[in-house]
Design a protein around this ligand. Structure first.
Ligand code: SF4
Length: 319
């Protein structure tokens, strides 16, 4: 779509329209960009805030038991926002770069949420599909232009400046590892919406810091580093998040200050069932003897049991 669309203004002015951003899933990586995007479109932005037990339980009650835990949690966040916003924004992440795909659940997220909430939520969507360029993504902005009554060229320009250019910068940054200190470190592996969600991660990062470990995550490495360490896994892993974690595990193995790795995996994640297996085999085949612990978290995981496993793991490292 490349023509300027003219639409009737919605009944409310844009400053009276509240767009909800769920504080979950890829909003851990790109939430600030989307907040900037909608603010510049003149909308009021409301976030759902940290995951609570209530949000988790609500998501679990709305979704099929077979869905992975993060999708249940995300649905709980959307449900919380649906009651107090005009629209909830859910980007449909399909591909972040050439020859890479996102998890199929990301591709179908708006549809799954719509069904799980019985169509009782007004969604705004955009397709993020950069595998074959940017045209498809830009064309999908037409629905936001329609909904808000803002001409298409304006929406597109704000998207390019607030979101696309910043994502491009993230993809191209150099291969220097920024900010990693030479002190005993634990690598925490997993999806951003697991390891940075205080509730789902049971505060793992804070607990490790309290024990005076530097915590390294895939975000501690540039994308170039994560990708340049992938080939040792022989076959190309085309899911973006899986590639990030595989490459990170391999890169962390080369850092002498990394004393152990913890993989925090949500119950029923299809990608993790392969990625954790690859990492375990890879570690097994090296001479480094890197301590590795995989913790699978679901809605029933108790913090006491989690802490006991963590203590035992750290005891092993410190001995
Ligand atoms: S990567 Fe795993 S946890 Fe994330 S949405 Fe896909 S299946 Fe769920």
């Amino acid at each position: 779509m490349n023509q300027i669309l003219k639409h009737a203004k919605p009944q409310k002015s844009n400053s009276d329209i509240t767009v909800g951003l769920p504080s979950s899933m890829m909003f851990y990586a790109h939430g600030e960009l989307w907040e900037d995007f909608f603010s510049k479109l003149g909308c009021h932005v409301e976030k759902s805030g940290p995951t609570s037990r209530e949000i988790l339980n609500r998501g679990v009650s709305l979704c099929s038991s077979e869905v992975c835990m993060p999708v249940k949690v995300f649905t709980g966040h959307v449900d919380a926002l649906a009651k107090r916003t005009d629209y909830v924004f859910i980007p449909r992440y399909i591909s972040m770069g050439r020859h890479e795909m996102d998890c199929p659940k990301f591709c179908g997220l708006p549809d799954m949420v719509r069904i799980n909430l019985h169509n009782k939520v007004n969604l705004m969507e955009v397709d993020i599909d950069f595998d074959k360029g940017t045209e498809k993504t830009k064309a999908s902005l037409g629905s936001i232009s329609n909904t808000l009554g803002i001409d298409y060229e304006t929406v597109k320009n704000i998207f390019v400046n607030s979101v696309q250019n910043k994502l491009d910068t993230d993809m191209k940054v150099g291969s220097v590892e920024p900010g990693i200190k030479n002190m005993p470190s634990i690598a925490v592996l997993g999806h951003p919406y697991m390891i940075y969600d205080e509730m789902l991660s049971m505060g793992l990062i804070s607990k490790l810091k309290q024990k005076n470990f530097q915590v390294l995550t895939p975000n501690s490495l540039t994308r170039n580093v994560r990708r340049s360490h992938l080939p040792i896994f022989k076959n190309r892993n085309f899911y973006e998040l899986g590639s990030d974690i595989l490459g990170s595990a391999s890169a962390f193995l080369e850092l002498p200050q990394v004393k152990g790795m913890i993989y925090l995996s949500p119950f029923a994640c299809g990608i993790d069932s392969l990625v954790t297996e690859f990492i375990e085999r890879h570690l097994h085949n090296t001479e480094k003897n890197m301590p590795f612990m995989k913790i699978t978290v679901d809605e029933h995981t108790g913090e006491a049991g989690f802490d006991t496993r963590l203590e035992a793991f750290l005891d092993m490292i410190e001995d």
